[in-house]
Design a protein. Structure first.
Length: 354
């Protein structure tokens, strides 16, 4: 597919999404939705904000589980970069904040970006694993709408396949214990450099694949998803809309079916439509559903976006570890030269015997 055709398709898809959302928005009683938001319980809103923040911070711990053996042992760095990347995801499309996370940690630690990208790929993979576990459980435990019930068998097969692949991955990687940087070879072409990069990515991924680490990542993933369920439940309670737990879980699953890529910054608009459609199957009116969905996104987007934008300059403008090392080396060399000069002056000042 040519670049012009791909660009045309992206524009056509964007226009279609916007038109669809405008048509949907015209069916909403926005006055009633606004009244529901204005009357929200502030203590419950605060609790939902805390639950959402903790959910993202837990994802930082999950990333640290892979970053630590890769050579970045700072839990604070992993958490701050995760919060910053999540905040930037709210203003960028296609999860651009995740790419920023790789850049942030690479600059802060001096590790090869291929290794940091490998840790992020493993961390994000367990978002998908946790989602599948939650989907299989939800379909088995609750009476969902037909739109989610039809995913019962595919989700079970997908979860079994994922666990099988993880087990195979751990088994084949059991003798890989060390991470090595591939030496830079000057004068290589672009294709060779790309191949070297992805070779380093694959080697890092295999080195980080261990059974205990994967089990820990899965447990942490379920805690993070629990935080998101709590956010949905507390937001509905804050808006004084009685939404059953099954409806909140169905809405969480439905709104995260496209969790790998966001169609719009923060998934604004798309989220409201899918949420209203999901909880509507449980008898929730569209106006109430829109009020709750707007409150959920307000809680999810505004605090983390502020935090993300506040943290981003720390990673962007702070000198990278390589720059700091070079500066230190230059300073050491200068100090050594000054010391030699001083010794020379002292020796020249010593009176010599005739």
């Amino acid at each position: 597919m040519s670049l012009s055709v791909a660009r045309l398709l992206r524009w056509a898809l964007t226009v279609a999404i916007v038109v669809f959302l405008v048509i949907f928005a015209r069916t909403i009683d926005w006055v009633a939705a606004g009244n529901a938001i204005r009357g929200a319980s502030l203590p419950l809103v605060a609790a939902a904000v805390i639950a959402n923040f903790l959910s993202i911070a837990i994802k930082g711990i999950r990333w640290w589980l892979f970053l630590k053996p890769a050579g970045a042992p700072s839990l604070g760095l992993a958490t701050r970069a995760t919060l910053a990347g999540t905040g930037l995801n709210n203003v960028l499309v296609a999860n651009g904040g995740d790419a920023a996370r790789v850049v942030f940690v690479t600059r802060a630690t001096g590790l090869p970006s291929s290794r940091v990208l490998a840790t992020l790929a493993l961390e994000r993979m367990f978002d998908l694993v946790g989602f599948l576990v939650l989907l299989v459980y939800g379909i088995a435990a609750f009476d969902f709408s037909e739109s989610l019930e039809k995913w019962a068998l595919p989700s079970q097969l997908a979860l079994a396949a994922v666990f099988g692949l993880l087990a195979w991955f751990v088994y084949t990687s059991r003798h890989v214990t060390e991470l090595h940087d591939s030496p830079a070879v000057p004068g290589r072409g672009f294709a060779a450099r790309v191949k070297s990069y992805f070779t380093g990515f694959a080697a890092s991924t295999r080195s980080l694949a261990t059974g205990p680490r994967f089990v820990g990542a899965l447990v942490i993933s379920m805690l993070a998803w629990s935080g998101q369920i709590a956010t949905f439940e507390l937001s509905a309670a804050a808006a004084h809309v009685p939404i059953p737990a099954a409806a909140s879980l169905a809405a969480l699953l439905a709104t995260n079916l496209g969790l790998l890529v966001r169609a719009t910054p923060g998934n604004v608009g798309v989220f409201q439509f899918v949420y209203a459609l999901s909880v509507g199957a449980f008898g929730i009116t569209r106006s109430d559903a829109i009020a709750v969905s707007i409150l959920i996104q307000t809680i999810q987007i505004i605090p983390l976006t502020v935090i993300g934008i506040a943290l981003a300059p720390e990673f962007i403008f702070k000198p990278s570890k390589r720059a700091r090392a070079e500066s230190t080396a230059d300073g050491s060399d200068a100090a050594a030269l000054r010391g030699l000069a001083k010794e020379g002056e002292e020796l020249s000042a010593v009176p010599r015997k005739p």
